[in-house]
Design a binder for this molecule. Sequence first.
Ligand SMILES: NC(=O)c1ccc[n+]([C@@H]2O[C@H](COP(=O)([O-])OP(=O)(O)OC[C@H]3O[C@@H](n4cnc5c(N)ncnc54)[C@H](OP(=O)(O)O)[C@@H]3O)[C@@H](O)[C@H]2O)c1
Length: 255
Amino acid sequence: MDLSGKVALVTGGAVRVGRAIALGLAGAGVHLALHYHRSASAAQEVVVEARRMGIEAVALPADLAYMEQAQALARAAERHFGRVDIIIHSASPFIRASLLETTPDLWRQVMGVLVDGFFIIARELTPGMVRRGEGSLVVILDRGTVDPWPDFLAHSVGKSALWALARNLAVELAPHVRVNGIVPGPVLPPPDYSEEEQARVAQGTLLERWGCPQDVVDALLYLLRADYITGEVLFVDGGERWAHRRPRRNCQTGG
Ligand SMILES: NC(=O)c1ccc[n+]([C@@H]2O[C@H](COP(=O)([O-])OP(=O)(O)OC[C@H]3O[C@@H](n4cnc5c(N)ncnc54)[C@H](OP(=O)(O)O)[C@@H]3O)[C@@H](O)[C@H]2O)c1
């Protein structure tokens, strides 16, 4: 896919990793329907920055836990630009809660954003892509997609379900629309992470360090341009998923 002049809907695009994704797409010449939930002024800043880069951008609010808002978001993006070629689903509540801490409301909210929101947006926008013969969807996952993560039960199950949905769409929407996923590892610590926690997380990767949002952007731009890849998931995690397999003693360094 030649990205220049395409239109992307980026969910959760106002802050942190989503912001880096939005500006990375703008840097590649992609026009932006920039979704936000609570971060209205941050979204406006991204729009201003994108416009400075010569990109057409609009900020669109929605609480994706509500299907009707997800539908209105998709329709507003298509109305504004006349079409949407790319969907990046990055919006994601990140709430620590075990089984008994997960209230039915919390469960519904997390599943709503991660799964229902993407389902509705894809349902609204992919028929146009199929008609035009081109489209690309990328879901932003995390390690909960492949490993149980009971401290973040709804989040972990929601990400797994999101990847299941994406894989199904890759099959259903082929050959015109490609659907892929990215599993970032630790690329940007939550604001409340202590230095000790950050160091512990870094040691939990093979590369023994945090990545950065640009690592995710680079992977995303690769997937969007890689016309022979669909139904695939790309790990950008410093080897986090294999770190538990490290030998206790490093045989090569003797350390
Ligand atoms: N940070 C990391 O190291 C890391 C690691 C692995 C995976 N990831 C994944 O990368 C993505 C971005 O991560 P992040 O750390 O930048 O996320 P974050 O700081 O936790 O931001 C959460 C995002 O989700 C949006 N959101 C939350 N509730 C919503 C709702 N009800 N409706 C619509 N949008 C909602 C927020 O929008 P508003 O701010 O506008 O409310 C915000 O854009 C996520 O999918 C995350 O799982 C990140």
